[in-house]
Design a protein around this ligand. Structure first.
Ligand SMILES: [Zn+2]
Length: 63
């Protein structure tokens, strides 16, 4: 009577159902691999966003 169904969520990375439970330390991902891929993608994405635009040289530096 007390067996609660384990909640499963679709892995954001590969779409496989992953257990959303304390036993799945990589939740909501299905595996460490997917978690790392997602973190890597996020990191590179944020790098791209945070990369400074090439500053234009001030044109009044001739004097
Ligand atoms: Zn996955």
């Amino acid at each position: 009577m007390n067996t609660r169904p384990i909640k499963k969520v679709a892995c954001p990375q590969c779409g496989q159902l992953a257990e959303f439970s304390p036993s799945n330390q990589y939740r909501p991902f299905c595996s460490e691999r997917c978690k790392m891929i997602d973190l890597g993608a996020w990191a590179s994405e944020s790098y791209r966003i945070e990369a400074p635009l090439t500053p234009e040289l001030p044109e009044d530096a001739e004097e």
